[in-house]
Design a protein. Sequence first.
Length: 311
Amino acid sequence: MRRVVVALGGNAILQPGQRGTFSEQFDNVKKASNEIIKLIDKGFKVVVTHGNGPQVGNILLQNEIAKKIVPPMPLFVCGAQSQGLIGIMLQQALREKLIENKIELSVATILTQVEVRDDDPAFKNPLKPIGPFYSEEEAREMIKQGVVMKEDAGRGWRRVVPSPDPIDIVEKHALKQLLSNNTLVIACGGGGIPVVKDPKGNYKGVEAVIDKDLAAEKLAESIDAELLIILTDVPKVAINYGKENQTDLGKVTAEEMRRYQREGHFKDGSMGPKVEAALRFVEYKKGTAVITALDKCEEALKGENGTVITS
Ligand SMILES: Nc1ncnc2c1ncn2[C@@H]1O[C@H](COP(=O)(O)OP(=O)(O)O)[C@@H](O)[C@H]1O
Ligand SMILES: NC(=O)OP(=O)(O)O
């Protein structure tokens, strides 16, 4: 059976302008689950992963606001909490759709650790935006209080944290076993819980949030997937994005895409990591990578939409 990793963008769970109530997020997750079920119906063996930028930032904020009463937890624990938060919504929504469609599969979320290097340069250069958006004025005030803030791809200011490169999926053997045992697996949520390995082989959590698209690529490599689908809120990747001469990309080779990347068409913190993840998967694994909008996934698989990158 063809293995596929589906990466759900933050927008698929918490849309801009929403406060992020449980029912808002659960409704969004239900819509995303519909699309995932269509893939299963087509005969794919699916592993789902998802972003956590808004959620992990909100959990961190809750910890900080309540710190006089409740001891705050480290950021990697907030990441683990976000895997549980989104995992339970996905488990329930997917199960509902599986029952509706009379598909017999178990659903399980794996609390997944992802190894990073402790000397990754990202620890000295925080770039990963998390949590809510702030105005420039609010951001300047927070910077004075020691919070690292950056402007996020023209959408407002956000807190930023280190985002080291994922090098290995710690629970990969467990998730392969579940996959072979009729289970729809949700793994590496929020890029995985970032850990470093000590000389004895023990893992220790680190203060970071891994990019979920880059982790999705590692996940796809680990389970021998032949397809990586990155679902976001635009149907296609574009060159000259937002300019008069914007051109959407349909079928492209990895070579062409690397050239556009070198020319600076894909922004850090938004389309940049998606394109890099897609390219790594196509170049190292010789698989196919698709970047498209959640509701265009079916069309993209028929070759009628989306950006499809092949070697
Ligand atoms: N070259 C590009 N082509 C298409 N979209 C782009 C490009 N550069 C930046 N974007 C922006 O990237 C956004 C998707 O990235 P992001 O919001 O981080 O996704 P998600 O939260 O779904 O993972 C799109 O909404 C679009 O505004
Ligand atoms: N961890 C992560 O990349 O989350 P988002 O996709 O929500 O930013």
